[in-house]
Design a protein around this ligand. Sequence first.
Ligand code: AHR
Length: 335
Amino acid sequence: MLNRRNFLTAAVGVAAAGGLAACAKEDKASTGTSGGGGSKTITLGFSQVGSESGWRSANTDSVKSAAKEAGYNLKFSDAQQKQENQISAIRSYIAQKVDVIAFSPVVVTGWDAVLKEAKAKNIPVVLTDRSVETSDQSLYVTLVGSDFTDEGRRAAKILEKVLEKAGHKGAVKIAQLEGTTGAAPAIERAKGFKEVMDASHKDDWKIVVSQTGDFTRAGGKQVMAAFLQSNPDINVLFAHNDDMAIGAIQSIEAAGKKPGKDILIVSIDGVKDGFVAMSEGKINAIVECNPLLGPQLMDVVKKVKNGEPVERWIKTKEGDFMQDQAKAALPSRKY
Ligand code: AHR
């Protein structure tokens, strides 16, 4: 997982090494098509997690359109939420001698071997959206993405406001719908939320049930139905993404309860459908996680290829939204 201190110390050197390596490879290559100013077109191999959520679709569109805009040759593959598919895609990009590899890792562990293969062939790797755990920080150059731990903290903080606004008294019995098991956003959002809970709400808040819904609507619906069976007195849902919250809403309604009233709901992402549910009063607050990473990613890829220094973690700017802001914000949502 990300370690800020290591990041900052290793950043510039690693970026420069990756860039030099890429330049050396470019010297050997003679078949590249010509972009503007006679420079070789950048070939970027990108391995996407899958298409599990509205967030992911927006992220894919952003990467594809930004690559087109930048004039890159993008090789894109969808791993369908399977690590083995991502590893195969990365190996294929190495074999094709792309200039830079970018990927959004489905889970945090198990990448060292394939990243070492990329390093051995001097192909720099940029992480996008999600981080990895590695003993060797030089195996990737940078991460372009959100601070998920902070999103978890923000979710707990905004829940304080939601409870206050609802005039809630008494025990707060929380159901947590976790993202994909082993994925950075699932681990870190749970961690950030618990941090605030343990620091400020040890006596009144309790996570009574917590399980993965795999970041999907179907998962959220199915798991919430089971939660309501085993714990009918749940009064708060913390969903690690909007899609799971939307699935859960269907189960809450099927159980004869009112989402947003009988069960207060906080979720993460801020996709359009999440805002629609919020404007209908069914989600109480949303912590934004911005999927529009394409333009920043293309910028970083170019710098990495040119051997320019880049920050070790390029963080995304995000906001938080309460239900009463939903209607006004909806028309301007970009994803
Ligand atoms: O990694 C980002 C997370 O992945 C988003 O919050 C979720 O919707 C997606 O599937």
